[in-house]
Design a protein around this ligand. Structure first.
Ligand code: APR
Length: 183
């Protein structure tokens, strides 16, 4: 099973685990447009990260109203073993007829942009949109890995981009997809 590949001067790694336990500079949250929390990754990040994260989200929402799908914003990481949380909103899957793949690509690109702007050297992503938002995992993995590989090959100055998969099944899908990408 391929769980690591080099792109440019960076590494893409795949692990099975909990996004809240990742010791990286930036952890990406699979948020919703309200930025006020939820279940899944969102629930775990707020539960483990503590109230400082929600307070920072409220300040952002007061300024921008809501975070559009594909957008990404940065907050402190509270009690997480990370420096930042990058909140992004993935697309809800509606059958593939509403440019969901383009929105998912934008969510990964915008998240990496916020990470680079914040000076992060390592970023951990969950499998955005493949839970409550019902995006098919194989199609999501293809968008996620191709987008990250493209940004890294274009010279993004990151040491590691890590995908943290919650299940062995999801890890397997991402590993097959990564193996199919030429690094
Ligand atoms: N660590 C890593 N991965 C996790 C964790 C965790 N602690 N919890 C869930 N996952 C996995 C899920 O199994 C799924 O594969 O993350 C992926 C994304 O699932 P969701 O968290 O449901 O995110 P998403 O599909 O993008 O839906 C976002 O759900 O929680 C709400 O507020 C959130 O409305 C938003 C929506």
């Amino acid at each position: 099973m391929v769980t690591e590949q080099r792109f440019g001067t960076s590494r893409v790694t795949l692990v099975q685990g909990d996004i809240t336990a990742q010791v990286v500079d930036a952890v990406v949250n699979a948020a919703n447009s309200s930025l006020l929390g939820g279940g899944g990754v969102d629930g775990a990040i707020h539960r483990v990260g503590g109230p400082a994260i929600l307070a920072a989200c409220r300040t952002i929402v007061a300024r921008i109203g809501r975070l559009e799908p594909g957008g990404a914003v940065v907050t402190p990481a509270g009690d997480l073993p990370a420096r930042f949380v990058i909140h992004t909103v993935g697309p809800v899957w509606r059958g593939g007829v509403e440019a969901e793949e383009a929105t998912l690509e934008r969510a990964y690109r915008e998240s990496l942009s916020r990470a680079l702007e914040a000076g992060a050297r390592s970023v951990a992503f969950p499998s955005i949109s493949t839970g409550a938002y019902r995006f098919p995992i194989r199609r999501a993995a293809a968008v996620a890995l191709a987008t990250v590989a493209s940004v890294l090959e274009d010279g993004a100055d990151l040491d590691e981009v890590r995908f943290v998969l919650f299940s062995g099944r999801d890890l397997g899908v991402y590993a097959e997809t990564l193996a199919a990408l030429d690094g």
